[in-house]
Design a protein around this ligand. Structure first.
Ligand SMILES: Cc1ncc(COP(=O)(O)O)c(C=O)c1O
Length: 402
C-alpha cells in the first residue's frame, strides 16, 4: 500500500470546506467536478430503464446497445471504424487506468507518463510494480507542447508503455497534429503500448478533434479512455468505456468480470440516449464552459505578473504565476496558494498537485478549474484574486497576522 498514491487535490477541497464552515465565501476553482445538470433526456431514459426492470446484472462488457452506440458515435468523431467488439463499458473513465496497467504492464516495466498530469497514472504504475518515468512540457510557439525529444531520450529497452492525455489535465492544452504525429511515430518505432486518456476529448471549443489512435499503426496498440462524465455532465453517474483493438478489449473484459461483474445496468440505457439524442445538450454544456473560460481568461490576462495561455480544450487554465509570486515575495507556491485562499476565498490547486516537479522546471503554475463555478462567481472571485496580487497592503496584512 505504501506505493499507492492519491489525488492530493482532495486535501484542497477539504481545506476549502473547512473555511466555508467558518463562514468564508469560497470560490471553488480547485474542483474538476461540474455544477452543470445532466441533460433531462438522460435522466428520463434512466428512470424508464429502472421502471422497465433493467435492474439485474447485464453483460460484463456492457449492454450491446451501448457498446454499439459508443463504437458508432465515438468512432465517427475519431475517424475510426469501430464495432462493439472494440468497446468495453466501465464504471467511469478512471478504472480504465488501473485496468490498462494490470493488463499490459509487467513488474519492472518502465511506463512514460505526463507530469504535470493526472496523479492516478503514477499511483497505479508504482502500485503494480512498474517504474513511472515522467515526461514534461515546454512552452513553444503554439503554447504548451510535449517535450518529445526528452521522451525519446528517456526510452530504454525496459520501456513498454506510454500514457498520453489529450486534451490535457491540468494544462488544458491539446497536442497539435505534428506533435501527435511525432509521438505516434515514437510509439511505433519503440513498440510501445499506449493508454490514450481522452476524458476531455469532447471538451474542445473549436476545430475538429483528432485522436492519436487514428495515426498509422496506432489503433492496434492503443487503449482509449472514454467517459460520459464531462461531455454529458455525468461525473457522479460513474460511466465510461475502454475503446481499443479486440486483443486489448478481451483482456479488459476479463478484468471487468473480476472487478465489478458489470457496470450499473440502468445507467447504460441513459447513456444510449445520451449518445444517440443529446448532441444539442452536449453542445449547450460546451457553450456554458466556453463562456466561463472566456470570463476567467479576460480577468487573468489583466493581472500583473500572470501569464495565461487561453486553451482550446478542457475546463482548466494553467497560468504561470512566477512573476506575481516574485512581486509579492513568495518562493513557495503552496504558501502563495494559502495566502490567496485565506485572504480572498479563491481556491485552486497548484502544479504540485499534479506530480513532483521535473529537474529543470523553473516556473510556477496554478490550475484554475472553471467547471464547478458560474460566471458571476468566476468574475467576483478572480477580481478579488487580482486585487490580492496587485495591492501590496493585502499581503503585508496577511503576513502580520501570521
Ligand atoms: C485526465 C483524466 N482522466 C480520467 C479522469 C476520470 O474520469 P471519470 O470521472 O470519468 O472517471 C479524469 C477526471 O477528472 C481526468 O481528469
Amino acid at each position: 500500500m505504501k506505493n499507492l498514491g492519491t489525488e492530493t487535490a482532495f486535501a484542497v477541497s477539504a481545506e476549502a470546506r473547512e473555511l466555508e464552515c467558518k463562514g468564508k465565501k469560497i470560490y471553488p476553482f480547485h474542483l474538476g467536478d461540474m455544477n452543470i445538470k445532466t441533460p433531462k433526456r438522460i435522466i428520463e431514459a434512466t428512470k424508464k430503464a429502472m421502471d422497465d426492470g433493467k435492474t439485474g446484472y447485464c453483460p460484463s462488457a456492457g449492454i450491446p446497445e451501448l457498446r454499439e452506440a459508443v463504437a458508432k458515435e465515438e468512432g465517427k468523431l475519431r475517424d475510426l471504424k469501430l464495432t462493439k467488439e472494440n468497446v468495453s463499458i466501465q464504471p467511469g473513465g478512471k478504472p480504465v487506468i488501473a485496468k490498462f496497467i494490470l493488463a499490459f504492464m509487467n513488474p519492472g516495466d518502465e511506463v512514460l507518463y505526463p507530469n504535470p498530469g493526472y496523479p492516478i497514472y503514477e499511483s497505479q504504475i508504482e502500485f503494480h510494480g512498474g517504474v513511472a518515468k515522467p515526461y514534461g512540457f515546454k512552452v513553444g510557439e503554439n503554447g504548451f507542447e510535449i517535450d518529445v525529444e526528452s521522451i525519446e531520450k528517456s526510452i530504454t529497452p525496459k520501456t513498454k508503455l506510454l500514457v498520453f492525455n489529450n486534451y490535457h489535465n491540468p494544462i488544458g492544452a491539446g497536442a497539435g497534429e505534428e506533435e501527435m504525429k511525432n509521438i505516434a511515430e515514437l510509439c511505433v518505432k519503440h513498440n510501445l503500448v499506449v493508454l490514450n486518456d481522452e476524458a476531455y476529448f469532447d471538451i474542445c471549443y473549436s476545430g475538429k478533434q483528432k485522436s492519436i489512435a487514428s495515426f498509422p499503426q496506432m489503433f492496434e496498440r492503443t487503449l482509449i479512455l472514454y467517459t460520459f462524465s464531462k461531455k454529458f455532465a455525468m461525473t457522479g453517474w460513474r460511466l465510461g468505456a475502454a475503446i481499443g483493438p479486440e486483443w486489448m478489449i478481451k483482456e479488459i473484459n476479463r478484468l471487468n468480470v473480476n472487478d465489478e461483474s458489470c457496470s450499473n445496468h440502468f445507467i447504460q440505457w441513459g447513456a444510449v440516449e445520451a449518445l444517440k439524442y443529446c448532441h444539442k445538450e452536449s453542445k449547450e454544456i460546451l457553450e456554458t464552459l466556453r463562456e466561463r473560460r472566456d470570463a476567467a481568461c479576460e480577468i487573468l490576462e489583466s493581472i500583473r505578473g500572470i501569464k495565461v495561455i487561453k486553451p482550446n480544450s478542457t475546463f482548466y487554465l494553467f497560468p504561470d504565476v512566477t512573476d506575481a509570486m516574485k512581486n509579492l515575495g513568495f518562493d513557495d507556491v503552496e504558501e502563495f496558494r494559502k495566502f490567496i485562499i485565506e485572504t480572498t476565498g479563491v481556491s485552486f490547486c497548484t502544479r504540485n498537485h499534479f506530480g513532483t516537479k521535473i529537474d529543470g522546471e523553473d516556473r510556477e503554475y496554478i490550475r484554475i478549474a472553471y467547471s464547478g463555478i458560474n460566471v458571476k462567481d468566476i468574475r467576483e472571485g478572480l477580481l478579488k484574486f487580482k486585487e490580492a496580487i496587485e495591492n501590496p497592503e493585502i499581503v503585508k496584512k496577511w503576513r502580520e497576522s501570521k
